[in-house]
Design a protein around this ligand. Structure first.
Ligand code: GAR
Length: 192
């Protein structure tokens, strides 16, 4: 079994989609959903889905407690599904090329510190972009950088609101994120 542990900070709709995608898999197992926010809606989703879940503090990430938890879960891949903290160096070093993030824009556009969730879509609309999309990438020690595994684009219409763009981008995320994780972990997508 390939063990996936999900880190999420917010609503967790991607986390739920990933759990559902792998629920009947004989190759992948979602071990747990861990959140840096105690009151994040993702905990309710995990509860309903019957997936172990817990929260941790920023200090837990910095003092090795989160890494210990990831190891106890026999984590093979760490999936960042709407996770808004920078991942600590000990975790990066333990899981090289095995931490996968999704970003709701076409990186390197609209990435970096402070660019997350609706802020990204508001900036895309403010700049009258004709396209946006998703980027699935390995992470390194900078926000929203690291090797891109996959991108998909969506048209942005002049009449689209940030909410419209968010909706279109979420649809792309649901369509592609789980299968890209699967293909990457099975070696069907290779990166340099
Ligand atoms: C997703 O759109 C994800 O791409 C984004 O947060 C949203 C979380 O939604 N991630 C980032 O902005 C990371 N920089 P969800 O909690 O419903 O899955």
């Amino acid at each position: 079994m390939i063990n996936i542990t999900i880190l999420a900070s917010g609503s967790g709709s991607n986390a739920e989609n990933i759990v559902n995608y792998f629920s009947n898999s004989d190759k992948f197992n979602v071990t747990a959903i861990l959140s840096n926010k105690k009151d994040a809606y993702v905990h309710e989703r995990a509860e309903r889905l019957g997936i172990p879940h817990s929260s941790f503090s920023k200090a837990d990430m910095e003092n090795g407690a989160l890494l210990k938890t990831l190891k106890e879960l026999n984590t093979d891949y760490v999936i960042l599904a709407g996770f808004l903290l920078k991942v600590s160096d000990d975790i990066l070093e333990t899981y090289p090329m095995k931490i996968i993030n999704i970003h709701p824009a076409l990186l390197p556009l609209y990435g970096g510190k402070g660019m997350y969730g609706m802020k990204v879509h508001e900036a895309v609309v403010a700049n009258k972009e004709k396209k946006s999309g998703i980027t699935i990438h390995l992470i390194d020690n900078n926000y929203d950088q690291g090797t891109t595994i996959f991108q998909a684009t969506v048209d942005v219409l002049p009449t689209d609101t940030p909410e419209d763009v968010a909706h279109k981008v979420h649809e792309l995320e649901y369509k592609y994120f789980p299968s890209v994780i699967e293909k990457y972990a099975l070696g069907e997508i290779t990166v340099k």
